[in-house]
Design a binder for this molecule. Structure first.
Ligand code: NAD
Length: 336
């Protein structure tokens, strides 16, 4: 079992445990006064947590559509009927949808209840459950309502990944590929739990320096500007990590065009993304103009676009990029 500490501001911190059966250690991480544990999960997740304490399962529907305020209201009403108090604990057991919902319900119910995340998707383990961002979607857009609410602990149980559908695993690898360029270096050859722990360490360092996303945390969005636009135009046919993988290749090509990195570094991006079994090409039929329009709208760009780009001093935010340069890169990228 690997333990990573996520430092927070004002000397606070929380532990992240990574390894097989980590979920079964949850009882030892509960705050001392806990009398009840509300486990928020989904139907297809293994809920065996070896909990000796009074607990109840609250299953939410599957999919991004369930990440809404109605789900939060219905959970909070159920907690209230059951008698959950601020001295108890909420556990989010599932992928990013579950931990985002569980985190926000915990931040809101009785003005804040401790939460422990047990992420069961690869994306949840290396990204969604770490950093304290919680929230739900509105019909107007994704993640528009939420709160920063740091967990008491995060238990990344690698045994749960055995039942994760192949495409979801691949989606997690898209985020993992990103960390290669944020300082993890080559993860090839490491055991899966070591790879996961390395990604968490990097996210933890970045989050520690910018707990409430005022600046440097933006580098975690490497590959995401194009990635989000692709997700939007493909109407979520692409899984998040698949879109990010393509976004990484685009970002490398753009950085090269701007003279920030050389051709070898672009090749390194291709090799890392391919190593994880992900595609480096745009989906067939993508229209550069449509993609640029979506990116301009998302970022409310006036003069130019902002991207997170690799460069001589590492990955950083670069603004005022001409849409014509972006279009040229998109036109040159293969489609398949
Ligand atoms: P998800 O939570 O929808 O999970 C994908 C599917 O896999 C679901 O059907 C789920 O039930 C199933 N699943 C999960 N674990 C399983 C397991 N062990 N066995 C079998 N099935 C399993 O998707 P995701 O990719 O994990 O998370 C995406 C969400 O995370 C998005 O809503 C995104 O906005 C959010 N997110 C949040 C942050 C953050 O910082 N808060 C960061 C990244 C992503």
């Amino acid at each position: 079992m690997i333990e990573v500490t996520v430092p927070l501001q004002e000397g606070r911190e929380y532990p992240v445990l990574v390894g097989p059966d980590a979920r079964k250690k949850v009882e030892s991480y509960l705050p001392e006064r806990t009398q009840r544990v509300a486990v928020i999960t989904q139907q297809n997740i293994d809920v065996d947590l070896h909990l000796g304490i009074n607990n109840q399962i609250f299953a939410i529907p599957n999919g991004e559509e369930a990440k809404n305020l109605h789900t939060i209201e219905s959970l909070c009403s159920s907690f209230s009927r059951w008698g959950l108090t601020r001295n108890d604990c909420i556990v989010g057991l599932g992928g990013g949808v579950v931990t985002d919902v569980a985190g926000f319900a915990a931040a809101s119910y009785h003005r804040g209840v401790p939460v422990i995340h047990i992420p069961t998707s690869l994306l949840g383990q290396i990204d969604a459950s770490i950093g304290g961002k919680t929230g739900v979607n509105l019909p107007e857009g994704k993640n528009l309502v939420g709160a920063f609410w740091q967990p008491t602990a995060v238990l990344c149980d690698t045994s749960t990944l055995k039942t994760l559908p192949e495409r979801e695993l691949l989606s997690g690898y898209g985020e993992m590929a990103k960390y290669h360029f944020l300082g993890s270096g080559d993860l090839d050859g490491l055991e899966l739990d070591e790879k996961i722990a390395k990604c968490i360490e990097i996210k933890a360092q970045v989050v520690a320096s910018d707990e409430k996303e005022a600046g440097v945390r933006a580098i975690l969005n490497y590959g995401h500007t194009l990635g989000h636009a692709l997700e939007t135009v493909e109407q979520y046919d692409l899984r998040h990590g698949e879109a990010i993988a393509i976004g990484l290749i685009f970002a490398a090509e753009l950085a090269h065009k701007l003279g920030r990195i050389d051709g070898n570094r672009v090749e390194e991006h291709r090799s890392v993304v391919s190593q994880y079994g992900l595609s480096c090409t745009l989906p067939k039929g993508i229209e550069p103009n449509v993609i640029i329009e979506v990116m301009m709208r998302d970022k409310k760009a006036i003069d130019g676009l902002t991207f997170v780009l690799d460069g001589p001093s590492g990955v950083e935010v670069v603004g005022d990029i001409e849409p014509s340069v972006v279009k040229e890169i998109l036109n040159h990228m293969d489609q398949s």
